[in-house]
Design a protein around this ligand. Structure first.
Ligand code: TMP
Length: 209
């Protein structure tokens, strides 16, 4: 039987530099001739990208925490079924920018929804598909805010400093309890950060062989 592909996710608060490190992950996988696919959440399929637009748009009403969470999991259900599961099943590694840890951090932490609700939805949508490795890029919220200050802020990015502080605290707690999550200090210069990410992925690849 063909070996299943591995599922790697990248997490961190907005502005931490997730997209910047993706090519370094790709480089490691390419050097081992591992087939891989890059995707993101919310999004990754036409329907899920449509839901992403709804989620990140401004509305003339406040968006309830529950509406936000359920939209995210609707997108995730589609993404897992159409993209993540079929690729992993045929041995392709999937690299995803954000996954359910972001729901724990943002909707559980930032929006104060019960983590048990997020867990129940995760169980319903992807019980067999949890990341094998999660690279969590950690940075203080003020620095992340400065890093993204030059770009137009979407509905979630416009949230308060407190919202992102709670999201970060939730990520840090998850990183302490889940062995699949590797925390990396993202406040260091870029060359150091990309080296750390490459090393983590390199070690993970070595463990699979
Ligand atoms: P991105 O900017 O990293 O592409 O993510 C889009 C936004 O969606 C970002 O502000 C984080 C947010 N988000 C959640 O609030 N919960 C989630 O589960 C996911 C995947 C993203």
């Amino acid at each position: 039987m063909q070996k299943k592909g591995q599922f790697i996710t990248l997490e961190g608060v907005d502005g931490v530099g997730k997209s910047t490190v993706v090519p370094y992950i790709e480089h490691v996988l390419q050097s081992h001739s591992i087939p891989y696919f890059i995707t993101r959440e919310p999004g990754g399929t036409p329907l899920a990208e449509g839901i992403r637009k709804l989620l990140l748009s401004d509305w003339d009403e406040s968006v309830t925490a529950e509406a936000e969470l359920f939209l995210i999991f609707a997108a995730r259900a589609q993404h897992v079924a159409e993209v993540i599961k079929p690729r992993i099943e045929v041995g392709t590694w999937v690299i995803c920018e954000r996954f359910t840890d972001a729901s724990f951090a943002y909707q559980g932490g930032g929006r104060h929804l019960p983590l048990s609700l997020v867990e129940s939805l995760a169980e319903a949508v992807h019980s067999e598909y949890w990341p094998d490795l999660t690279v969590y890029l950690d940075i203080d919220v003020e620095t992340a805010l400065q890093r993204r200050a030059h770009r137009v802020q979407d509905r979630i990015e416009k949230e308060t400093v407190d919202f992102f502080e709670i999201a970060r605290t939730t990520y840090l707690k998850l990183a302490e309890t889940e062995s699949r999550i590797v925390k990396i200090d993202a406040s260091v210069p870029l060359t150091e950060l990309t080296r750390s990410v490459s090393n983590v992925v390199q070690n993970f690849v070595a463990q699979q062989q």
